[in-house]
Design a protein around this ligand. Sequence first.
Ligand SMILES: Nc1nc2c(ncn2[C@@H]2O[C@H](COP(=O)(O)OP(=O)(O)O)[C@@H](O)[C@H]2O)c(=O)[nH]1
Ligand SMILES: [Mg+2]
Length: 216
Amino acid sequence: MHIVQVGMEYDVLRENNKIANSNYRLLKGHGIRAIELMGSIGSGKTSLIIKMAERMRNKGLRVCAIAGDVTGEDDQKRMKESGLDAVNCNTGHECHLDANLVKKSLDSMDLDKYDVIFIENVGNLVCPADFPLGADYRVVVISTTEGDDMVRKHHDIFLHSDIAVLNKIDIADAVGVDPEVIIGDYRKLTGGLKNMYTCSTRTEEGMDEIIAMLGL
Ligand SMILES: Nc1nc2c(ncn2[C@@H]2O[C@H](COP(=O)(O)OP(=O)(O)O)[C@@H](O)[C@H]2O)c(=O)[nH]1
Ligand SMILES: [Mg+2]
């Protein structure tokens, strides 16, 4: 058998990074701070965006969002119902957004209207890690309902993100999860250099600290 090795993965990732850099420059050109949210399905990404955007709008910031999902417009609809300008970005089959999809969304928006943009990635703790989109911050959101082993099972996404959030702290006891175990795993993974933020979008506990970390 004759095997030919094709460097496709490398080329795809390199091309993605080029477009991500150009997205970053485009956003900076418009003075926009971009925050990407990655994380499992149901961890609370949309809820967190809606709650953070409300607080930011109350401070006078002009905020919008790109709602990434495989199919459907559910998250975009929720965002819009909360008063947040949002565009929908469906991947069709892919389990993650890529920089080119985000570029297309950005091209469809009037970027002069905004100071902050949230980009919600597809719910997935694996694939988004390799595909930066051009945001200032990559935030990974997990929740207590996923069990206490997410950091141990998904090193890459935590290492590829700037900020890690443990959501649904309000129901940690009810689901029998000790947040300290997850926080400890994260500190171990990051060599004791980084802390995981805990919050509840339901009670709004911990939200101020995350917004302060983002400098907004
Ligand atoms: N108890 C509790 N439920 C939450 C919290 N954040 C989100 N949820 C619920 O979890 C579900 C999934 O949230 P969603 O924001 O859609 O997650 P996404 O798939 O990551 O965007 C919804 O039913 C939310 O109401 C929280 O902090 N506490
Ligand atoms: Mg969502």
